[in-house]
Design a protein. Structure first.
Length: 172
């Protein structure tokens, strides 16, 4: 009898505890899922990084092509100093120079737009400091190409590529 009484008391004492434990609902702890705002910010930053990478690709291809054209133009200039080149060769040289100058101008315009977008987009503003001045570097290259200093223009564009690369590294 004593044993039954002890079991009864234990059952009465523990019943609120067991019922509490059984009725308690479990809550799942949410992981560190990014919010919609964070996802949107990440997407904007990814798009900005893609645009910077595209500018790097455009510039490196252009610099590669510029090197070959600049050597050809230097060769034509050397030949012109030694003797009078044909009228057709002079015209072709002038067209080539104009194409290079227009191409550098187009690159500068693209870099201007990139700088403006980074400066005015809140999610990209913190990277703007790395991009600031790339359009000015392209403008310097444009001036140098206008003065027939194509080698120096190419070097100025290499500086621009370096700044763009630094910005891209910062963005990752």
């Amino acid at each position: 009898m004593q044993r039954t009484l002890v079991l009864f008391i234990v059952a009465v004492v523990l019943s609120p505890v067991t019922s509490f434990a059984q009725t308690r609902s479990r809550k799942t702890v949410r992981g560190n899922r990014p919010t919609v705002t964070q996802q949107k910010t990440t997407e904007i930053q990814r798009q900005g990084a893609t645009r910077v990478a595209d500018q790097i690709k455009i510039l490196t291809k252009f610099i590669y092509l510029l090197g070959g054209v600049a050597k050809t133009l230097e060769g034509v200039d050397d030949a012109a100093r030694r003797n009078q080149p044909s009228q057709a060769a002079q015209e072709q040289t002038q067209r080539s120079r104009a194409v290079i100058q227009n191409s550098i101008r187009d690159v500068r315009v693209g870099l201007d737009k990139l700088e403006i977008d980074f400066r005015t987009t809140p999610d990209l503003q913190r990277y703007y400091i790395k991009l600031a001045g790339v359009a000015a570097g392209a403008a310097t290259a444009e001036d140098q190409a206008g003065a027939n200093q194509f080698d120096r223009a190419g070097r100025s564009l290499l500086d621009v590529v370096n700044r763009l690369t630094d910005a891209l590294v910062e963005m990752r």
